[in-house]
Design a protein around this ligand. Structure first.
Ligand code: G
Ligand code: G
Ligand code: NA
Ligand code: MN
Length: 254
């Protein structure tokens, strides 16, 4: 309850910040996107992982205000990078199921795009398999309206839930992000290799992009290139980092 009270004040006290982790195109080798990852710097406890406070925010309803803060901040940052002369970079934002259950969520997305001036094709919302498989009217309506705006949808941690690929295509999902547990096994373990190759093949035949998460080793990168994965993300290239830390990396790709 104490932590909950602190979280309640985290935005106004300026304790939340966004880190960004680059997503690299495996063909061009260039940064093609950034994933926004929330950080909470608590005055007493230091950095608290989103793995801990996001579930708390979902239970208490604070996710609605925090989620809006994240979306606005991420869109403004993406636009700012464009204004600084960098090639447009797609911004991926993690979205909780609770947010897609807000009736006016799609209108909120629209107003953030209007305010920031970010073109809709440069915003991608990351949702989990369980969110998209949710057969709730509000969630379906939001996803449909968001796609109609021209915003992209990606499935986070793909392979850990129970979704059918054809169902995802019906929702016009743009990107599958293969969970790092499968990538971890590359290139030596037969299982990870078979699963990853199969997912890429089916995704491509349905016109979806594939991003591999958690790429930590050169051999994993090479393997993903050889099986025609589209993009990769992980510590090998860069951990989630502050805007200032990412500046030199962006300069080189300018
Ligand atoms: O950055 P890190 O690996 O610690 O993230 C842990 C988890 O928190 C991941 O599952 C990530 O998707 C989630 N997460 C990070 N930032 C956000 C956010 O802004 N909103 C939501 N809903 N989840 C986030
Ligand atoms: O659930 P989601 O995919 O959003 O979680 C992303 C989490 O994975 C973040 O907490 C991020 O810090 C972490 N992460 C990013 N790259 C790597 C990596 O190469 N290896 C591992 N183990 N974790 C990573
Ligand atoms: Na995520
Ligand atoms: Mn993710």
């Amino acid at each position: 309850a104490l932590l909950e009270n602190d979280l309640h004040h985290a935005i106004e006290r300026g304790q939340l910040s966004l880190y960004y982790q680059p997503i690299i195109d495996l063909v061009s080798g260039e940064v093609s996107g950034m994933e926004a990852l929330l950080r909470w710097h608590h005055p007493e406890y230091g950095f608290i992982s989103p793995g801990i406070f996001i579930p708390l925010a979902e239970e208490t309803g604070l996710i609605h205000s925090i989620g809006r803060w994240v979306l606005r901040k991420a869109c403004l940052q993406s636009k700012r990078w464009q204004e600084e002369g960098f090639r447009p970079i797609r911004m991926s934002v993690n979205i909780s199921m609770k947010q897609l259950q807000e009736r006016d969520f799609h209108q909120h997305i629209k107003s953030i795009l209007d305010e920031s001036g970010l073109e809709p094709q440069f915003l991608e919302l990351e949702v989990t398999e369980s969110t998209i498989m949710q057969n709730e009217q509000t969630v379906i309506e939001n996803l449909t309206q968001i796609k109609a705006l021209g915003v992209r949808i990606s499935i986070d941690d793909f392979g850990t839930g129970y979704s059918s690929l054809s169902y995802l295509k019906r929702f016009d999902v743009d990107t599958l992000k293969i969970d790092k547990s499968f990538i971890h096994d590359l290139p030596d373990h037969h299982y990870g290799h078979v699963i990853t190759t199969a997912v890429i093949s089916i995704a491509h035949s349905l016109n979806m992009n594939v991003v591999a998460e958690g790429v930590e080793k050169e051999e994993q990168w090479k393997c993903l290139e050889s099986i025609k994965c589209d993009a990769a993300q992980g510590y090998l290239f860069s951990p989630p980092s502050s805007v200032e830390t990412l500046q030199p990396l962006l300069e080189t790709g300018r």
